[in-house]
Write a protein that binds this ligand. Structure first.
Ligand SMILES: [Mg+2]
Length: 289
């Protein structure tokens, strides 16, 4: 018998229906009912910063979570009422990677390196240093150069390359080595007393793969690309953890398995007792109208 459930989920195209596939109309109403249950604890795990997290919650009418792991794992908020408190224990956990330095200090160490254009202030934080980079440069050489420079100063950082497809520009993020989504979730579990069998993670894309294939109970929503599905399956098969990954198929409570429907389907797969927490008077009321 489980005590409480920790539902950790990515937002964009996992809970938020902002992809090209259809969302079942009942998916988010059911998620809201589930999240209101007193034995459910919700943590969002996202690349978004605080302001964009709050915008998503408002715009898509999704539940206010108990915790938010934001900025690609560099900040964790505890939320009570509508107050967001940065969780100091997490800052203390990742600060040693950077030898007590902050993003602004690291920027000074890197400032003579070509092609790095600092992103806007709201995209930076104490433990996140983010640059725009021309999309057509030799990114491996650049990543090596940045990595070497930081190493020389004893800074343990992940240097991550991604692409903003919409703007056609490269993005380079410098993060503490331990500031990953996976480590943040494990830290939350450990500090707040959630056992692995009480915890489920949901995601949809490549940056969720480390958590999806970590051995935690995890669900890949149905709207994930074939490529991500294949990669996730290959990794869990290789590590003998196939049973820890659930691929949403659709059909659960008449929903299609995309986005929040897939999250609920996966939760029900691992923790069947939660199914009855997804039904409620408020949903019936919404359906009646
Ligand atoms: Mg996503």
């Amino acid at each position: 018998m489980i005590d409480e459930v920790l539902l950790c989920s990515d937002l964009d195209r996992t809970i938020l229906p902002n992809g090209s596939q259809e969302e079942s109309p009942e998916a988010r109403p059911r998620l809201r009912i589930l999240a209101a249950h007193d034995r459910v604890v919700v943590a969002y795990v996202s690349g978004r910063h605080q302001k964009l997290l709050k915008e998503a919650i408002r715009e898509y009418a999704i539940p206010v979570p108990n915790y938010a792991i934001g900025d690609v794992g560099t900040t964790v908020y505890e939320i009570s009422g509508n107050k967001w408190h940065p969780w100091q224990a997490w800052a203390d956990e990742i600060a040693p990677d950077w030898q007590g330095l902050q993003g602004s200090h690291l920027n000074k160490l890197l400032k003579d390196i070509d092609h790095l254009t600092l992103q806007e202030p709201d995209k930076q934080n104490t433990f996140k240093l983010s640059y725009y980079v021309p999309i057509d440069i030799d990114r491996h050489a650049l990543l090596d150069r940045v990595g070497e420079r930081l190493n020389r100063h004893g800074v343990h950082a992940s240097v991550i390359w991604s692409v903003d497809e919409l703007k056609g520009i490269g993005l380079l993020d410098v993060l503490p080595e331990h500031a990953t989504k996976l480590h943040a979730i494990q830290f939350l579990m450990q500090r707040k007393g959630f056992a692995p069998d009480e915890t489920v993670f949901a995601g949809d894309s490549g940056n969720d793969l480390p958590v999806l294939t970590s051995g935690l109970q995890a669900v890949l929503v149905k709207n994930a690309s074939d490529e991500v599905q294949r990669e996730a399956l290959a990794r869990v098969e290789e590590t003998g953890q196939r049973t820890q990954l659930y691929l949403a198929e659709g059909g659960f409570l008449g929903m299609n398995g995309n986005y929040a429907a897939g999250v609920l389907e996966g939760l029900a797969h691992f923790l069947p007792e939660t199914v009855e927490w997804m039904h409620g008077d408020s949903l019936l009321a919404e359906r009646r109208f």
